[in-house]
Design a protein around this ligand. Structure first.
Ligand code: C2E
Ligand code: CA
Ligand code: CA
Length: 763
C-alpha cells in the first residue's frame, strides 16, 4: 500500500517536473524565423562552397565535387525557394545541414571526431524551435547511420568494433542525438519561459507596445496592440508600422504629426507625440499618445520599441469631468478652474470680476407637468439664451438642476455686472415652447463682484448663492447683489454652525415627545420625537432655528442619529411600565440628507438591536418633498428600512404642490396630514373637502392617517367624523420632555382628555 502511494507520488512529481521542461512549441514569429532561417542558409551555402573548394584542392574531379557539394547546394536552393511553404523551407535547411554532416563523415572515412559535426548541427537546428524539425533531424541521423552503416560500415564508423555491429552503434549514436535534442529542448523551454514572462508583463499593460526593425517593420506586438486596433496582433508582424497603424499614412504633413514613429526608427532619438492619430482595423481613426525609443546595440540602431495609448476614453473623461452632459456648458469644476485663472489676472488687468448665480423660478412644476424630457428641453433653451447674454470670454456653467452660474471678467464696475444680470432676466422673458406648449419662466439672480485677487473661489460662489436666495425671498424674477447685510447673515450662519457642532459634541441636544392619540378610543397611540437644543444662553431652542443650518452643513446626520438612539432608549424605558406604554409607537423624523447617507439602515438596525425595541414600534417620517423627488436611491433605502420591520410615514402630506405618483412607488404605511390643511378645517368648506379627500386617498391606498396640528375641539371632532384614526396637536399635548409626558399621563386631568367625548386610557 505504502509502496504504491510512494510510487504514485514519485510518478506525479516526475510528470510535473518533466512536463514543465517540455516546450509548448509556439510558432516563431515570421520575422524571427526569417532571420534565423537566413543564417542557416548561409551556413549551408558555406558548407557547399567548402566542399567544392576542398574537392578542387584535392583534385577530386568534377563528379566527386558535384556529389560532395551538390546536396547542400540543392538543399540551400530549396530553402530559399519562395514558392515553398515556411515549414518545407525549414525541412530543406535541416536536410542541408545534416547532409553536410553526413558528407563530412564520408569524406573523413567515418572518423569519430567528425560525428561531432552532427551535434553542432542539432544545436543549430534547435533554433527553429519546432518539434517537426527535431523529429526530422533525429530520423535523418538514425536512418543515415543504420542504412549507410549496414551497406558501407567504414563510411560511418572508423573502429572495427562498430563496423562489425553497425546497428548497435547506430542505436548508441541515436541515443546521443536524442539526448542532444532533449538538452536543446530544455534550453528552448527555458528561453520560452523567460519569453512568456516578459510577454505576460507586456500584455498586462493597457498600452500598446510593439517593436520595429530599422525598416519600420513590426517584429513584435503585445496583446494590447491587437485589443486597441481590434485585430489579431500576430497579423501585424512583418508589416510596415506606418502603413499598419497610422491613420494619415501617406497624407501630406503626416510625418510631422506622428513624428515619433519616424524619428525613433531612423535616428537614435526617442520621440513622443501626444497628437497622433491611429487607425483601427475597421478604419475608424482614434487619438493616441505615442512614444518611440531606439534599440541600440554596440552603437548601432537595430530597431525601435514603440508604445502608444488610446486617448479616446481620456478625451471623453476629460469632457465628462469638465462639461455638463445635457447642455454642454462648463460644469462646476471647470468654472472654478476659470475663476482661479481670472482671479490671478485681476491684478494685472486692474479690472473686476463678477459671479452671477442664476436659479430658475418654478422649474420643478414644469418638470412635473410636462415630464423630464420637456424639462431638459427647457434647460437647453435657457442655457443657450444665457450664453448669448454674456460676452465670448465669459463662462456660463450649469451646477446641476436649474442652477446656472456665470463668471464675467474684465468688468469696469459693479454696474457692468448688473447690466449682464438684467440681460439674463430679459433673455428669459420671452416664453419658451416645450412639448408644443408655451412656458413662461423667470430666474432669481444673485450677484457678487470682487477686485481682490486673493478672494477664495468657493466663498465667492457662496456669496452669489446667498444673494440669489435673497432674490427668491424678495419675490423672485429679480437681481440681488451680495452686500454687508448678507455678509453679516453669512457670518452668523457660520457661527451658528460652529455652535451647533459644539452643542452636539457636548450633549446640549434634547428630545421632546408629542403624543399621538387615537381619535376613536382616546388612548395614547404613540409619540413623535422632536429635537430641541438646550442652549446655555438662549434656553430651549426650537428646530426651526437650527435645522436648516444642520441640513446645509451635514450636521443633521449625527443630530438625527442622536435623536433616533435617545428616543429608542426612552421608548424601551417606557415599555417596561407596561399598559398603554407597551402599545405606544415612536415616530422619528428623517431628513433627506440622512436618507442619502449610506449608514442609515445600519444605524436604525443598531438602535433597535441595542434597545430591544421591536421594529414595528418604530415609525420613520419622511417629508413629502423628499419623496416627490422620486430618486431610485431613496426608494431603495426605504425598502431596506421596511425590511427591518419599521413603518414609514409621509410627513407634511398636502404641502407638495403636484405629483402624487410617489405614493404608488414608495413603500409607505402612514400619511400625516399637514397642519396647514387641518388648521382651516372648520373655517372653509374647501379645506374640509381637501382633508376628506386626503383621508379617502389614504384609505384607498390602505394607509393609516394621522392629522397634525390639531389645536381645537371642533377640529378634532371634524377629523373623527371624517374617519381619521389618529391625531397630534396642542389640543391634546404639546411636545414635552419624557418626564413631563409621564407626569401628564399619570394625572387624570392631563390635557389629552381635552378631546370631547373621549376618555383617555392610562397606563
Ligand atoms: P414636524 O415633523 O411636522 O413636527 C411637528 C411640528 O409641529 C413640531 O414642531 C411641533 O412642535 C409642531 N406642532 C405640533 N402640534 C402643533 C399644533 O397644534 N400647532 C402648531 N402650531 N404646531 C404644532 P417642531 O418641534 O418645532 O419641529 C419642527 C419640524 O422640525 C418638524 O416638523 C420636523 O420636520 C423637524 N424636526 C424636529 N425634530 C427633528 C429631528 O429630530 N430630525 C429631523 N430631521 N427633523 C426634525
Ligand atoms: Ca414629523
Ligand atoms: Ca409634519
Amino acid at each position: 500500500m505504502l509502496r504504491s502511494v510512494t510510487r504514485t507520488t514519485v510518478l506525479q512529481l516526475l510528470h510535473t517536473n518533466v512536463s514543465d521542461l517540455v516546450p509548448r512549441g509556439r510558432r516563431l514569429a515570421d520575422p524571427v524565423w526569417r532571420q534565423r532561417h537566413r543564417s542557416m542558409v548561409v551556413l549551408i551555402v558555406a558548407h557547399a562552397v567548402g566542399f567544392a573548394v576542398y574537392g578542387a584542392m584535392t583534385n577530386a574531379g568534377a563528379p566527386a565535387i558535384a556529389f560532395q557539394a551538390g546536396p547542400p547546394a540543392a538543399a540551400a536552393a530549396l530553402a530559399v525557394a519562395p514558392w515553398l511553404r515556411r515549414s518545407w523551407r525549414s525541412f530543406a535547411a535541416v536536410l542541408g545541414l545534416l547532409s553536410s554532416s553526413a558528407l563530412l563523415l564520408q569524406a573523413t572515412n567515418g572518423r569519430t571526431d567528425s560525428h561531432f559535426h552532427f551535434f553542432v548541427m542539432i544545436a543549430i537546428i534547435a533554433l527553429y524551435q519546432q518539434w517537426s524539425t527535431f523529429g526530422l533531424a533525429f530520423g535523418f541521423v538514425l536512418l543515415h547511420h543504420a542504412v549507410i552503416g549496414v551497406l558501407a560500415p567504414d563510411v560511418v564508423f572508423d573502429t572495427p568494433a562498430a563496423q562489425q555491429r553497425p546497428l548497435l552503434w547506430t542505436a548508441v549514436h541515436g541515443g546521443y542525438i536524442l539526448a542532444a535534442c532533449a538538452a536543446s529542448m530544455v534550453a528552448w523551454r527555458l528561453i520560452e519561459k523567460e519569453r512568456e514572462r516578459a510577454e505576460r508583463v507586456l500584455d498586462s499593460t493597457a498600452e500598446g507596445v510593439y517593436e520595429v526593425d530599422t525598416d519600420g517593420r513590426i517584429t513584435f506586438a503585445n496583446s494590447a496592440v491587437g485589443r486597441i486596433l481590434g485585430c489579431d496582433e500576430e497579423r501585424l508582424l512583418g508589416r510596415d508600422h506606418h502603413d499598419a497603424l497610422s491613420h494619415d499614412a501617406g497624407e501630406p504633413g503626416a510625418e510631422d504629426r506622428s513624428v515619433c514613429m519616424a524619428c525613433a526608427v531612423t535616428t537614435k532619438i526617442s520621440g513622443r507625440s501626444a497628437k497622433s492619430t491611429f487607425r483601427r482595423h475597421d478604419g475608424a481613426a482614434f487619438p493616441v499618445e505615442c512614444t518611440g525609443h531606439p534599440v541600440v546595440e554596440k552603437g548601432r540602431q537595430i530597431g525601435s520599441v514603440m508604445t502608444f495609448r488610446d486617448r479616446t476614453t481620456q478625451a471623453m473623461l476629460t469632457r465628462q469631468a469638465l462639461y455638463d452632459d445635457l447642455t454642454g456648458l462648463a460644469n462646476r469644476s471647470l468654472l472654478l478652474e476659470h475663476l482661479e485663472h481670472a482671479l490671478a489676472r485681476i491684478d494685472r488687468n486692474r479690472t473686476a470680476l463678477a459671479i452671477l448665480f442664476c436659479d430658475l423660478d418654478e422649474f420643478k412644476p414644469v418638470n412635473d407637468t410636462f415630464g423630464h424630457a420637456a424639462g431638459d428641453e427647457l434647460l437647453m433653451v435657457v442655457s443657450g439664451r444665457l450664453q448669448e447674454a454674456v460676452r465670448a470670454h465669459d463662462t456660463v456653467a450649469r451646477f446641476g438642476g436649474d442652477e446656472f452660474v456665470a463668471l464675467c471678467t474684465d468688468l469696469a464696475s459693479e454696474r457692468d455686472a448688473l447690466t449682464i444680470a438684467e440681460r439674463f432676466l430679459e433673455a428669459l422673458r420671452e416664453p419658451i415652447v416645450v412639448s408644443g406648449q408655451q412656458v413662461q419662466i423667470s430666474a432669481s439672480v444673485g450677484l457678487t463682484v470682487t477686485t481682490n485677487p486673493s478672494s477664495a473661489p468657493e466663498l465667492l460662489l457662496g456669496e452669489a448663492d446667498a444673494a440669489m436666495y435673497r432674490a427668491k425671498e424678495k419675490g423672485r424674477n429679480r437681481v440681488e447683489v451680495f452686500d454687508e447685510e448678507l455678509r453679516a447673515r453669512a457670518t452668523k450662519r457660520l457661527q451658528l454652525e460652529d455652535e451647533l457642532r459644539t452643542a452636539i459634541a457636548q450633549g446640549e441636544l434634547r428630545v421632546h415627545y408629542q403624543p399621538k392619540v387615537s381619535l376613536i378610543s382616546g388612548a395614547l397611540a404613540g409619540v413623535e420625537a422632536l429635537v430641541r437644543w438646550q442652549h446655555p444662553e438662549l434656553g430651549l431652542v426650537r428646530p426651526a432655528e437650527f435645522l436648516a443650518v444642520a441640513e446645509e452643513s451635514g450636521l443633521i446626520v449625527p443630530l438625527g442619529q442622536y435623536v433616533l438612539e435617545e428616543s429608542c432608549r426612552q421608548l424601551a424605558r417606557w415599555r417596561t411600565r407596561g399598559g398603554v406604554w407597551e402599545r405606544c409607537t415612536l415616530s422619528v423624523n428623517l431628513s433627506c440628507q440622512q436618507l442619502a447617507h449610506t449608514d442609515l439602515v445600519e444605524t436604525v438596525r443598531a438602535a433597535l438591536h441595542a434597545t430591544g425595541v421591536p421594529g414595528e414600534r418604530l415609525c420613520l417620517e419622511v417629508s413629502e418633498q423628499v419623496l416627490m423627488d422620486d430618486a431610485p436611491l431613496t426608494i431603495d433605502t426605504l425598502r431596506s428600512l421596511k425590511r427591518l420591520g419599521v413603518t414609514l410615514a409621509v410627513d407634511d402630506f398636502g404641502t407638495g404642490f403636484s405629483s402624487l405618483s410617489y405614493l404608488t412607488n414608495a413603500p409607505i404605511d402612514v400619511l400625516k396630514v399637514d397642519r396647514s390643511l387641518v388648521s382651516t378645517l372648520h373655517q372653509a368648506k374647501e379645506s374640509w373637502s381637501v382633508v376628506a379627500a386626503a383621508l379617502g386617498l389614504s384609505r384607498c391606498l390602505g394607509l393609516s392617517a394621522v392629522a397634525e396640528g390639531v389645536e381645537q375641539t371642533d377640529q378634532a371632532d371634524a377629523l373623527r367624523d371624517l374617519g381619521c384614526e389618529h391625531a397630534q396637536g396642542y389640543h391634546f399635548a404639546a411636545p414635552q420632555s419624557a418626564a413631563a409626558l409621564e407626569a401628564l399621563l399619570d394625572t387624570e386631568t392631563g390635557c389629552l382628555a381635552a378631546i370631547s367625548g373621549l376618555k383617555i386610557e392610562h397606563g
